[in-house]
Design a protein around this ligand. Structure first.
Ligand code: 1HN
Length: 348
């Protein structure tokens, strides 16, 4: 066979919408995953002035949500922060309403700045304070209202890159700008606040946590109760997972949320996992080593840790704790049999 015939043989395949596996095998089957995402840090101090600018320049009548998307330099089209997850910074100003809608993507908020805003989730007003973790599971109506007098800023975490990859994304507007309150404020958070005693007359309505808000004061209480006599994880320090009280598992079917307290001078053992992770600095100073790169962090920075990248947490202070909030796609990978981890002291 001549080269020409051979080239034509390949062209003919193309027209039939088929391809020769032997030309693709090496790129389709790598010895180990190679993430298209890059390790990256978004500096809160650099982003905040831009948020304040748009808070002034853009009305919420003209934007569904006033969110700056944290787009990974390696994942621009379609946009994502790590492969299946999104992070955004949202700002809402006193007196504003972000109108009610719902989507099949799961979402949560982690509050950074401000008080006196609430999100209404399926008729329940859920009040926000710095450090609180609020759930908006898939297909739950949600709108936000800010009754305070200073800007309110939070981190939005969503799994829409995954919903869209599976072509399972639906979106709907509520109709009225805001939902009416139909149950007492913060009802779900109060019902489940104990953590070991669930309201047994209720039943799980879906795969996500029924808790509207995991308040920061409870996280602090847990740290205060256990940190002094716990060694914690060699990699993640005193690490707590927010749980779905019905299952003890992750808060959302596709996303787990954790918070780590790294003691002064903590230097974690490197770990890696096929799960991709997004970190948010609650407080403290330090750095995260990802592969051979080092990302220094300050409060409210966000860091993308791509799947299978070795990473290590370091608290740079000799006197102060560093506290990191982390979310990942680990539950999705686990459910699909794709979770592999190299974590000191842990077997999967
Ligand atoms: C969304 O609905 C919210 O409800 C925030 O506050 C961020 C990012 C992408 C798509 C939908 C919200 C979002 C979002």
């Amino acid at each position: 066979m001549t080269m020409n015939t051979s080239a034509r043989a390949y062209e003919e395949l193309d027209a039939l919408a088929v391809a020769p596996l032997w030309r693709y095998f090496g790129e389709l089957f790598l010895p180990e995953p190679r993430s298209a995402a890059r390790p990256h840090r978004w500096e809160y101090a650099a982003l905040r002035p831009h948020m304040m600018h748009f808070a002034d320049a853009l009305s919420l009548e003209d934007a569904e949500r006033r969110v700056l998307m944290l787009i990974n330099p390696g994942l621009q089209d379609p946009p994502a922060t790590v492969n299946s997850l999104f992070a955004g910074l949202q700002i809402i100003m006193p007196g504003e309403t972000a109108q009610a809608h719902r989507h099949t993507a799961n979402a949560f908020r982690f509050v950074i700045e401000g008080d006196a805003a609430y999100t209404t989730v399926n008729g329940e007003r859920v009040h926000m304070h710095p450090g609180d973790l609020l759930m908006t599971p898939g297909w739950h109506w949600h709108d936000h209202y800010h009754a305070g007098d200073r800007p309110m800023i939070w981190l939005d975490g969503l799994d829409f890159p995954l919903t869209n990859a599976f072509e399972a994304g639906f979106f709907e507007l509520f109709g009225d700008r805001a939902q009416k309150s139909t149950v007492p404020d913060d009802l779900s958070s109060r019902r489940f606040i104990h953590g070991r005693l669930n309201p047994a007359w209720e039943q799980a309505a879906g795969p996500a946590s029924p808790v509207g808000n995991y308040p920061w004061r409870e996280t602090e209480r847990a740290f205060a109760a256990i940190a002094d006599d716990a060694e914690g994880s060699e990699s993640e320090g005193i690490v707590l997972e927010y749980t779905n009280p019905w299952t003890g598992g992750s808060v959302l079917p596709t996303i787990d949320c954790k918070v780590s307290r790294l003691r002064p001078r903590f230097r974690g053992r490197p770990r890696r996992t096929t799960a991709s992770t997004i970190l948010h600095v609650v407080r403290g100073q330090g750095h995260v080593e990802i592969g051979d790169e080092r990302f220094d962090f300050a409060p409210h920075d966000v860091i993308a840790v791509p799947g299978w990248a070795p990473h290590r947490f370091v608290n740079g202070s000799a006197t102060e704790d560093a506290v990191l909030f982390a979310y990942s796609n680990r539950p999705a990978l686990r459910a699909l049999g794709m979770l592999r981890e190299e974590i000191p002291g842990t077997e999967v």
